[in-house]
Design a protein around this ligand. Structure first.
Ligand code: ADP
Ligand code: MG
Length: 238
């Protein structure tokens, strides 16, 4: 069943065309990875899906609903950023519960959902700490926890691991894979790390200069890259 549908999506900043007609179908529960060189439009595309950036042209559907004019908070989408974007003055518990509070979810329900997310992410012992008292990996876990508590239909990750050291990156990568397995929610994940893309993705979308160069499973792209650009990006020998 289709979860997201992008039809000829475009983005312009003034006269600069940044996304130039993107068509894409994403099925329920799929793990989709966007790759492509810096500046090709990966973050812009995610921000348009999340509602943080408006759409200049085309149509975006999530679960059969046209989203173009729907505000971010009502899209059922949660985004996790590279920079974590935690509130420094709030505890882990309050960071995770903040969005629910804004949406007027009852305190009882909030406590329940934060506890469940904390258990999923092994954050129980850290709930009373503040962001400055956490390691990079723990902060990123809190950022993921904050996304989970809203029960989003779609998770968006923008290079969530690129501030972590290599060892922790590998660890968090498998945690994200486990999370996807557990929640079976649609996830869209931006990375410039080939190995991350190849190991996490059901489907990889290769972007170049605001357009899709190729879409396919890691294996399809590896075995049958459409061109030299894709081959190089995927690390295919061809
Ligand atoms: P990526 O995430 O793939 O590195 P981005 O989506 O951040 O790329 O950026 C795509 C292009 O859009 C870049 O050329 C960038 O300079 C431009 N861009 C992004 N945000 C803005 C903005 N708010 N105003 C003008 N140009 C922008
Ligand atoms: Mg980016």
């Amino acid at each position: 069943m289709t979860n997201l549908l992008l039809k000829n999506i475009e983005k312009r900043f003034g006269k600069t065309e940044v996304i130039r007609g993107v068509d894409l179908v994403i099925e329920h529960g799929e793990f989709v990875v966007f790759v492509g060189p810096s500046g090709c439009g990966k973050s812009t595309l995610l921000r348009m899906i999340s509602g943080l950036e408006d759409i200049s042209g085309g149509e975006l559907y999530i679960g059969n609903r046209l989203m173009n004019e729907i505000q971010a908070a009502k899209r059922g989408v949660a985004m996790v950023f590279q920079s974590y974007a935690l509130y420094p003055h709030l505890s882990v518990r309050d960071n995770m519960g903040f969005g629910l509070k804004v949406r007027k979810v009852s305190e009882e329900e909030r406590i329940r959902r934060v506890a469940a997310a904390a258990a999923t992410l092994k954050l129980e012992a850290l709930l009373d700490r503040f962001p400055r008292e956490l390691s990079g990996g723990q902060r990123q876990r809190v950022a993921i926890g904050r996304a989970i508590v809203g029960n989003p239909a779609v998770f968006l990750f923008d290079e969530p691991l690129s501030n972590l050291d290599a060892e922790l990156r590998v660890h968090m990568r498998s945690e994200i894979a486990a999370l996807h397995k557990r929640l079976s929610t649609t996830m869209i994940y931006v990375t410039h790390d080939q190995i991350e893309a190849m190991t996490l993705a059901d489907k990889i979308v290769v972007l170049r200069d605001g357009r899709i160069e190729q879409v396919g499973s890691p294996r399809e792209l590896y075995e049958n890259p459409a061109n030299q650009f894709v081959a190089q990006f995927i690390g295919s020998p061809r």
